[in-house]
Ligand binder design. Structure first.
Ligand code: PEP
Ligand code: MG
Length: 659
């Protein structure tokens, strides 16, 4: 017996909705399956359900077989169609459904102060803020199975041993969940881990391997690796990050089987910087977070649970250091910059006093800026200056909104392409851009088309070896040569424009033909979508001004596009002929240099004369010392990292008050 329906669960059957669904399904004796695109999985396994990657508005079928099949179908279809009906919100549920707080941008070395020659280890800027403190190295040994083959008569006993280990892990997690001190967000994360520990697909796979003769530890490691690989392969970055959770749960079970305790984080000293190759989200959630000054990890990225926990507790974090983290094993003191994504080992006196001063200043400033969240800054003549956010993932929406962002002035789409082992599909991109548009409506969301080159290779695109990748086949140049990739992105953007105020801008433009060729492709995509009957809407097309060529043709470009957004990070390196990644020329790489400022002024004049919006999305847009100059030049939009927004609003408000 079966019935089909359209899923109305917001964001689809992610962690908590999947668990809810499983809980309901388990209440019935019948065998129940959920079917999507011809693939059927047991509705009693949340791991299998998550891996089915069911999205909101997709069609699925619920199939049941047994005495209470009618009731089961009724209840499960009811949940899919109206997930909130008759259910009480569990604490922390929202936090577990999707990553809750924002990730700062992936750092670029250009974030380092100019001229600073202190050796730094560069990682991913995963939680903003600066910290300095004693190093607390946490490198528990890798667990390896004994690799012993079981005799037939040992198998039942080994399965029993495994079941009791699972029960112990679940009981520990339940105790953690019962602690009052656990925040709602962390509770959601621990609950999601507990669901994995209880899931039939993990226990079933382990018991199957034991049945084939593997010892329990090897079986757990093997089963966790298989399930984690399945999560890594799904075309959904939230589900990709669940692979780490499966490994973390597997590790806990193995430790119990081996009679070992995880090296405790309980003894971490006040203000210490926690250094690890990897930390299980559960371990971090249970750690004395108030004492942790910062987190540095070899593994992890902006959407891993470690990053989410760090951000929600305001702990600066630099993740994804890879092998470089080993250089920190013997460190005594560590300074970390979670905005720039770098770590300084055993800092000298000058760095130490610089960091101490920055930590104190940041705390004082944060307290005084929150009143600017809801301010709409205006020029003296009443023109609103849009202070928008630079973000690179959906997880950053909340922080941008929390900061008071008036829309998004730069959505870097590179992360979407870099997070996967393959190119993201048109559907996945459309979903991402639509979610952004909805989140910020009626404000605009400016999405930058793919800006990637040989310096940052991604799976699915072959880049030639180039002597100078920054002067090579990147940004709009690459996209126009690869219409197969570019058209998918443009179609996704046209589809998303139905849901809000999407604007699109092109990176690395250096001639008008790049705009006209893109416009022709946009028209081709719109015609295709129309013929296919797919809802779509037109969007404003703009360009980034980040090459000297674009500045010099700005008056002509302004007649072709709806807006300019000045990318000072690249514009500075190209105007000054000073590589933004090369510390020896960092002094020249200065946006305040008169040559760069005059390029910005030329651009502003051309845009204002043509009556189009001129904005800025390079790092300089958030600099309080330069904001008054940019506003006087005629810029009406400044887009920056969420952490800079309130300070920028304060600066603009102070300008108007001076008049
Ligand atoms: C810029 O170049 O100023 C910019 C915003 O783009 P990115 O830093 O991503 O190159
Ligand atoms: Mg750029």
């Amino acid at each position: 017996m079966e019935r089909s329906t359209i899923v109305r669960v917001h964001e689809g059957l992610h962690a908590r909705p999947a668990t809810r669904f499983v809980k309901l399904a388990k209440g019935f004796e019948s065998d129940v399956e959920l079917v999507k695109d011809g693939k059927a999985v047991s509705a009693k396994s949340s791991v299998k359900l998550m891996l089915l990657a069911v999205k909101e508005n997709q069609e699925v079928t619920v199939r049941a077989n047994g005495a209470d099949a009618i009731e089961a179908i009724e209840a499960l279809i009811g949940y899919l169609e109206n997930p909130r009906a008759g259910l009480e919100e569990e604490p922390g549920e929202a936090a577990a459904e999707a990553p809750a707080t924002a990730a700062p941008e992936v750092a670029s070395p250009a974030d380092a102060p100019p001229g600073d020659a202190t050796p730094k280890l560069q990682g991913v800027a995963a939680s903003e803020g600066v910290a300095i403190g004693p190093a607390f190295a946490h490198f528990p040994a890798e667990i390896e199975g004994p690799g012993r083959r079981l005799r037939a008569e040992e198998i039942d006993g080994e399965i029993e041993r495994f079941r009791s280990a699972i029960a112990t892990v679940q009981a520990r997690m339940d105790r953690t969940l019962a602690e009052d001190s656990l925040s709602a967000g962390d509770r959601g994360i621990v609950a999601a881990l507990r669901d994995i520990a209880a899931d039939d697909s993990l226990t079933g796979e382990v018991e199957k391997l034991i049945g084939e003769g593997d010892d329990a530890v090897s079986a757990v490691i093997g089963a966790a690796s298989t399930i984690a690989a399945d999560f890594s392969a799904v075309d959904d970055h939230y589900l990709n990050a669940r692979a780490d959770d499966v490994h973390a749960v597997g590790r806990q079970i193995c430790l119990v089987l081996l009679g070992q305790d995880e090296v405790s984080l309980e003894s971490i000293p006040q203000g210490a910087i926690l250094i690890a190759d990897d930390i299980g989200a559960w371990d971090l959630a249970r750690a004395p977070l108030k004492r942790i000054g910062g987190v540095v990890c070899g593994h992890g990225g902006a959407t891993s649970h470690i990053a989410i926990i760090a951000r929600s507790h305001g702990i600066p974090a630099v993740l994804g250091l890879g092998e470089k983290v080993n250089a920190l094993r013997a460190a005594k003191e560590v300074a970390i910059d979670g905005n720039a994504g770098h770590v300084i080992v055993d800092p000298d006196e000058a760095v130490r006093s610089d960091f101490t001063r920055r930590v104190e200043a940041a705390a004082q400033e944060r307290a005084g800026l929150t009143v600017f969240k809801s301010v709409t800054p205006k020029r003296a003549d009443g023109t609103v200056i849009e202070v928008a956010a630079n973000i690179g993932s959906l997880e950053e929406i909340e922080a941008a909104q929390e900061a008071g962002a008036m829309g998004v002035g730069l959505f870097r789409t590179e992360l979407l392409f870099m997070r996967h082992m393959h190119l993201p599909s048109e559907d996945m991109q459309a979903e991402t851009y639509s979610a952004l548009a909805k989140a910020f409506a009626p404000h605009s969301v400016i999405v930058r088309t793919l800006d990637i080159g040989g310096d940052k290779p991604i799976a699915g695109i072959e880049f030639p070896d180039e002597e100078n990748p920054f002067l090579g086949w990147r940004g709009i140049r690459m996209c126009l040569d690869r219409p197969d990739i570019f058209k998918k992105q443009l179609r996704a953007l046209l589809r998303a424009a139905v849901h809000g105020n999407i604007k699109v801008m092109l990176p690395m433009v250096s001639e008008i033909a790049e705009v006209t060729r893109t416009r022709a492709l946009v028209e081709e995509c719109a015609a295709e979508l129309k013929a296919e009957g797919v809802p779509h809407a037109a969007f404003d097309l703009g360009v980034m001004i980040e090459t000297p060529a674009a500045v010099l043709i700005a008056p002509a470009l302004a007649r072709e596009v709806a807006f300019f957004s000045i990318g000072t990070n690249d514009l500075t390196q190209y105007i000054m002929a000073a590589d933004r990644l090369n510390p020896t020329v960092a002094k020249l790489n200065d946006v305040a240099n008169p040559a760069v400022m005059s390029a910005i002024e030329l651009t502003a004049k051309a845009g204002v004369a043509a009556g189009i919006m001129v904005g800025m999305c390079g790092e300089a847009a958030g600099r309080p010392d330069l904001i008054p100059i940019f506003v006087k030049m005629g810029l009406t939009e400044l887009s920056m990292s969420p952490a800079s927004i309130q300070r920028a609003k304060k600066t603009i408000a102070a300008m108007a008050a001076e008049k």
